[in-house]
Design a protein around this ligand. Structure first.
Ligand code: GN1
Ligand code: MG
Length: 362
């Protein structure tokens, strides 16, 4: 889709629209980097269409996002933070004439959001930022945030739904993916393990991000330090293990999430070490012993979950994730399963690294 010109006038931006271009690599929303001339100078913004088939209630979602950004601005003490722009009517979203919901942010200049960790320091900074994000939201005032996607990281239910789609096989695709199906099913106990910990109350619900891909952190181009965390659509109550697991999945992989050459996809222990160090730097002050323990299986659980989601989407005819070509979701699934294998091979080291850094930061 193109950026609709009518949307450029809807937000309280005191300037004249110059141009827009597609931005980022999100699999769900449509994002545009827009340029305006404000008081004679160019200023950039991010306009985003919320995918309302994925997020059924964009108004509720924006209420969550507004509460979270407001609170984080108070924690930033005048430093750069993610800032929403309101509309001329004082709302946080605008609707176009096709029923789409839009929002706008100030663009955070001089930053980058890397899709893979170029070096250990980037991994460390990103993990520190996600830990700080959780810490800063512990005292979010008001009622609990609402669920924008119910049971988003309920891995066992994701597996059950996958089973259902496998037996329905709506697009006649299962013959070519029998190996992947078997592999996913063999790992079901990972999902049951975390479900039991959550059900027993051992793992508390906290405000977490739920979409902690490395490229959801903006890093300062000059200093390399994290400036802010972005993509707040799924910020809601959940488990810290989901955030840590998904961050590790995305950042410690040696190749993009849809890598075709599976030999290139391995789990990088040195990056993991930096992620664990960074995350625990910010989070060890509030994590319970059970939460700390959950971190070592979390990367495998989240990788299994995403592989399952990709394959489910493939079997259903790709209604959910944006695809670049017909087998894209299948390739994504295969790359995630390869990453899972590599994590399993290093699970002793993963546990040992976490234990070492938990002790250091306690
Ligand atoms: C989606 O659109 P993006 O890239 O922020 C998805 C995440 C997946 C990710 C995989 C709401 O996130 O859960 O981990 O793709 N977001 C939603 O790349 O489903
Ligand atoms: Mg997202």
């Amino acid at each position: 889709m193109d950026f609709p010109r009518e949307i450029s006038n809807r937000f309280r931006i005191n300037g004249e629209f110059i141009d827009s271009k597609r931005w980022g690599s999100g699999n769900v929303n449509d994002t545009f980097l827009t340029t305006f001339r404000c008081n004679g100078r160019k200023k950039r913004f991010v306009h985003q269409r919320i995918n309302h088939s994925v997020f059924a209630d964009p108004v509720l979602l924006m209420e969550n996002v507004r509460r979270v950004t407001d609170h984080l601005i108070t924690k930033a003490n005048g430093c750069r933070s993610l800032r929403l722009i309101d509309t001329e009517e004082g709302e946080w979203f605008a609707c176009d004439d096709r029923g789409n919901y839009w929002r706008a942010y100030e663009y955070v200049e001089d930053t980058e959001s890397p899709s893979y960790a170029r070096d250990i320091q980037q991994a460390y900074e990103a993990a520190k930022a996600f830990g700080a994000f959780q810490r800063d939201l512990i005292d979010l005032p008001g009622p609990p945030l609402r669920e924008t996607i119910p049971e988003f990281h309920h891995t066992r239910k994701r597996l059950d739904r996958f089973q259902q789609i496998v037996s329905d096989d709506p697009c006649n695709r299962i013959a070519e993916v029998r190996e992947e199906i078997a592999y996913i099913n063999e790992h079901r106990e990972l999902a049951e393990w975390i479900e039991a910990k959550e059900a027993s109350g051992e793992l508390p619900q906290r405000v977490v991000h739920n979409d902690t891909k490395l490229n959801n952190v903006m890093l300062d181009r000059n200093t390399g330090e994290a400036v802010c965390v972005i993509d707040l659509d799924t910020v809601m109550p959940g488990l810290v293990a989901s955030d840590f697991g998904d961050l590790v999945r995305s950042a410690a992989a040696s190749a993009p999430e849809d890598e075709l050459d599976l030999d290139k996809m391995v789990f990088r222990l040195d990056v993991f070490e930096a992620l664990a160090r960074g995350y625990l730097h910010s989070a060890s002050s509030f994590l319970t012993p059970a939460e700390l323990e959950s971190l070592s299986l979390a990367p495998m659980i989240l990788t299994l979950e995403l592989a399952t989601r990709f394959l489910t989407d493939y079997l259903e005819g790709d209604p959910y994730f944006k695809i670049g070509y017909p087998e894209h979701n299948l390739d994504r699934c295969r790359a995630q399963l390869k990453l899972l294998t590599s994590m399993e091979e290093q699970k002793v080291e993963i546990k040992e690294i976490l234990e070492r850094h938990s002790l250091k930061s306690s």
